[in-house]
Design a protein. Structure first.
Length: 311
């Protein structure tokens, strides 16, 4: 039974990897805000479906408890099953070339191994000095500590391998969407370089001013921090479009409703006795996922990218 579960898990993982690790579709001369928005819209589907897949399984606490593998040999004895599953899966996918794609950022880069496949020439869209910006640790913590308890039921069905595989797909979908903020920033910068350059250059002036003040007045770190906050706030204002953000949140909420209902031949979608639809994942959870984390984290990536865009 355990071996069959592992087989199903890795079959599911392989399928998800093939679907998600696609090539950048636009050549550099076709890269635009329109192509970026199209990508982000498609990623909504991946995120909603990954949540639905994970919701098939209960919380399965042993997957996340390091003591469950207390008897495991080094180097696994201090890690949870999901931690090991993600590390080992990323290593396998690295051999297949997944992380040659600039869209993909691993959660454990120190575990990656050289790819077996020949390098693919992805379009060089990102600015090299800013390309490594990431919030992977923030995504990891958010998913396990805040998001996962909101859409999984309590319980233990023993299907730990499948649970960890579903978690990995969720994590990778969220990471790919959030870290695509680097491409969003690049597209916005190319579309209106003058608007962003002044705010970015203010960072350089702020750095020099901070050094000058610190050396002359022996200021503490609070003085330096306040200068950088103002610079980041200016960029954040340029990147924030509340009406558009609300549209995105409403759209993913609607997708969760459409994708998350059981379809029957006779009646289309199934309902319970009170005629209220039953969803596999609460659409409100998906709405708040985007509002509380996906959009804010994406904008955080955008700001960090822009701060290095003129380095």
């Amino acid at each position: 039974m355990a071996s069959r579960s592992l087989l199903y898990a890795f079959s599911f993982l392989a399928f998800a990897s093939i679907c998600s690790c696609r090539q950048l579709e636009e050549k550099d001369n076709q890269f635009s805000l329109a192509s970026v928005r199209e990508f982000l819209t498609r990623e909504e589907d991946s995120i909603v479906f990954s949540l639905i897949e994970r919701a098939k399984y209960p919380s399965n606490f042993p997957v996340y408890d390091p003591s469950y593998l207390a008897g495991a040999a080094f180097p696994y004895h201090n890690h949870s099953l999901v931690d090991i599953f993600v590390r080992e899966s990323e290593a396998v996918q690295a051999r297949a070339g997944r992380y040659q794609n600039p869209e993909e950022i691993p959660f454990f880069p120190e575990n990656l191994v050289p790819p077996l496949v020949p390098p693919y020439q992805y379009p060089k869209v990102l600015y090299p000095a800013a390309a490594s910006v990431n919030v992977r640790d923030t995504i990891w913590q958010m998913y396990f500590d805040q998001l996962l308890p909101q859409f999984t039921s309590k319980g233990d069905d023993g299907r730990y391998a499948l649970t960890a595989a579903a978690d990995l797909v969720c994590l990778q979908a969220l990471s790919r969407r959030i870290h695509y903020g680097r491409f969003v920033s690049e597209a916005k910068f190319r579309d209106a370089p003058n608007n962003y350059s002044s705010a970015i250059r203010a960072k350089v002036v702020s750095q020099l001013l901070s050094i000058f003040l610190l050396s002359l007045l022996q200021k503490n770190k609070n003085s330096e921090t306040s200068i950088f906050v103002q610079d980041r706030d200016a960029l954040m204002r340029l990147l924030t479009f509340e009406v558009q953000e609300e549209t995105v949140k409403r759209r993913v909420e609607e997708k969760a409703k459409v994708f998350g209902q059981d379809v029957t031949v006779d009646n289309g979608t199934s309902t319970n006795e009170s005629s209220r639809p039953q969803y596999k994942v609460d659409p409100n959870v998906v709405y708040h996922l985007y509002g509380n984390w996906v959009i804010p984290f994406t904008k955080q990536v955008e700001v960090e990218y822009l701060l290095h865009r003129l380095d």
